[in-house]
Design a protein around this ligand. Structure first.
Ligand code: 13P
Length: 253
């Protein structure tokens, strides 16, 4: 049985005060949620605030990026050890926005995953195809390539400490959601890809869906057998919406 994980990806949004009220709102509304795991992946500069607010509570803290290197002359970067010190449990790696706008390749993403795992935190590996790739019939090849690159670089055992997020690029921030059947098909494909190397790890690995997940579609997505949670962008910025999705995760168990 895989515990659902509902993780908010705030991206580059918020102010100190809005971050504080959002976390307070999520804390207040989540007391009845015990079966689903909840996480908020906040911008680096809000980590200390979030760590303080979440201290002693069950909501996990996450970051959205990490440096490939452990320490040293890498101006502007943040190490896995620093994130770990600030109480992060999760680190999003290889989000399509980072792949597209910051040139992150599969090789870079693999190094980030290894860094995160080396500190005991859990990376959330994002994969997903563009609309063009889907329309040209390359969806499976793209996803397989993204997964296989990590297996080749870090070994299949590394998937023992990873969550995967399937985020079709065409569904991110567009209001267009993959249908539950479309998402399930890709999630099952990802699980089979991992299972070809290690069936036990494939059975355990959590595969989250991300891309315009919202209160109105969360329950039907989370009801699918291979959808083990959500990585939520826009809807995670409104406590009430995020909590409704968390509640859907709770009910899906
Ligand atoms: P939206 O939920 O805003 O579509 O973003 C999804 C996402 O990119 C989460 O990482």
């Amino acid at each position: 049985m895989r515990q659902p994980l509902i993780a908010g990806n705030w991206k580059m949004n918020g102010t100190r005060s809005s971050a504080e009220s959002l976390i307070q709102g999520v804390l207040e509304g989540s007391s009845g949620i015990a079966k689903a795991e909840i996480a908020v992946c906040v911008p680096f500069v809000f980590l200390e605030l979030a760590q303080r607010l979440l201290s002693g509570r069950s909501i996990r803290l996450g970051a959205q990026n990490v440096c490939t290197e452990a320490s040293g002359a890498y101006t502007g970067e943040t190490s896995a050890e620093m994130l770990n010190e600030f109480g992060c449990r999760y680190v999003i790696c290889g989000h399509s926005e980072r792949r597209e706008y910051y040139g992150e390749t599969d090789a870079i993403v693999a190094k980030k995953l290894a860094m995160v795992a080396s500190t005991g935190m859990t990376p959330i590996l994002c994969v997903g195809e563009t609309l063009e790739q889907r329309e040209q019939g390359f969806m499976e090849a793209v996803i397989a390539g993204q997964i296989d690159a990590i297996i080749e670089a870090n070994g299949i055992e590394s998937f023992g400490q990873v969550a995967i997020a399937y985020e079709p690029v065409w569904a991110i921030g567009t209001g267009k959601t993959a249908t539950p059947e479309q998402a399930q098909e890709v999630h099952a494909f990802i699980r089979r890809r991992v299972a070809a190397h290690d069936a036990a790890i494939a059975e355990k690995v959590r595969i989250l869906y991300g891309g315009s997940m919202k209160p109105s579609n969360a329950a039907e997505l989370l009801a699918m057998p291979d959808i083990d949670g959500g990585l939520i962008g826009g809807a995670s910025l409104v406590a009430e919406d995020f909590l409704a999705i968390c509640q859907a995760g709770e009910t899906a168990v």
